[in-house]
Ligand binder design. Sequence first.
Ligand SMILES: [Zn+2]
Length: 223
Amino acid sequence: MSIHHHLDDATVVAFAAGALPTPIALVVSAHLSMCSECRARVRRAEAIGSAVLEDEAPVTMSAGCMNNMFERLEAETRTEVAAPTLTLSEKAEKDSILPPQVRKALGIPFSEIQWKRIAKGVGMKTIDLGTEEEGKLYLLKIEAGRVLPEHGHGGSEVTLVLSGSYTDHYGTFGPGDIADLDDHEDHQPIVDAGGDCICLVASETPARFKGILPRIFQPVIGI
Ligand SMILES: [Zn+2]
């Protein structure tokens, strides 16, 4: 997997410190399961965080806890890679779009998702983490060729591409790429030809929602 768009530094540090809201942390961890470069950056941030804490206070940070998490993450990823791929049915192939932690949170196979149609060519599936007060997590399925109106972002939001691709003025985002945009960045994604674009999106609450979906949908879909 060739990944071109990564986490920004602030997100790496916040994740290493365990300071991200649960839905955003889950999308970040899904990107980390695909991206050795960002895994290394998180490890460096953890090491720096531990050193700072050791210098300043006798309390030790639970760096071991984070390391255990990464070992688990890597083990899960290795399991995925080790799974037989030649005999996969189309259904299993679709199911493999979801990283393990997302599959677990969703609770059903990808092929069994009942997409809620929220606009022409746009389907949505909310993933309930039981942490509504921290933000929202959902999957989007957007048809090839669809152009979304230009929009900005309110609050933190991260979008991880799982399948297909879209292009905006930051470039093309394909599988494994993460759009880690802040409040002031506007963009106008166009889903590339060649198939639906499946994205995993987490937004922080309270959100003046202006994410990958245009603001005009907000009153309609209540996100
Ligand atoms: Zn990365």
